[in-house]
Design a protein around this ligand. Sequence first.
Ligand SMILES: Nc1ncnc2c1ncn2[C@@H]1O[C@H](COP(=O)(O)OP(=O)(O)OP(=O)(O)O)[C@@H](O)[C@H]1O
Length: 292
Amino acid sequence: MSTILACTNLTKSYGKHDAVRNLEMKLNENTIYGLLGRNGAGKTTLLNMISGSLFPSYGHIEVAGSRLKYGETPMEVCYIREKNLFFGSAKVIEILQLASVFHKNWDWSFAHELLRIFNLNPNKKIRQLSRGMESLVGNIIGLASRARLTIYDEPVLGLDVLMRERFYRILAEDHANHPRTILCSTHLIDEIATVVEQVYILDFGSIQMNDKVDNIRNQSHLLSGDRVAVERFTDGRKVIYQDAYGQNVVAAVYGTLGDTDRQLAHKLGIIIESLPLQKFFSYLIEGRQRIE
Ligand SMILES: Nc1ncnc2c1ncn2[C@@H]1O[C@H](COP(=O)(O)OP(=O)(O)OP(=O)(O)O)[C@@H](O)[C@H]1O
């Protein structure tokens, strides 16, 4: 599979603080990725660099094989920011008309269909929209642009659960018909897990892990039982988080557990449960583990 985006040794410093540090990222064509990280992890800084709005202190970015130059906006990228910079006095339709100029694969019939699906009046002014409706304008641009690389920074912010589900469903359906790469930054991992194939987890400006969602699901487990038994079982395994409650211990373990492992756990009185992705993400970040 060919690469649409490659970040090499990417660093962005503000004074002595590295918002992004020695970051490596490679995105394949036609894949949907999630970018996860807690507040201040460096997600927006990274996305601003990929979209050409911010220049790295070190390292470089290649989009579709070309190295991004200072001040250059990559033509293949459609970036939908967390905080849109739309003119308040412009109408929704005028914002879409402006966006269509910058994206050569723009699909007007799809854009009109999306306005209808999301109940947005094209003649309303941006300043008359609610926070969620404004997010929807950005989401429509991201979808209708059909760019080779679409980047969303928190696309469902301010959307109610119905609109969030609708957005993710349309994203998945449209991606199946018009494959392209989508990178979606979010805090809501469980919601996005139904559409993303792979996730990058960012913490303190660096990638903590990068894996397929299915692998994470199959390999993350929550063990609970007597402290001695759990410690014996987890010896030599990748423990991403551990907490004690008196004599009992709860441990989050990353790795494959085969039949023999499960039989041993049963013998030791250890209960094994699968770990929801959101919980895995919290444990990984709280335990500050890096999974290679
Ligand atoms: N212009 C700036 N000047 C100084 N520090 C900055 C600047 N922009 C970002 N930072 C710092 O860089 C770090 C990363 O910020 P960034 O906005 O990229 O995080 P984030 O993961 O997008 O957070 P959130 O999820 O809260 O939006 C933070 O510590 C932030 O304070």
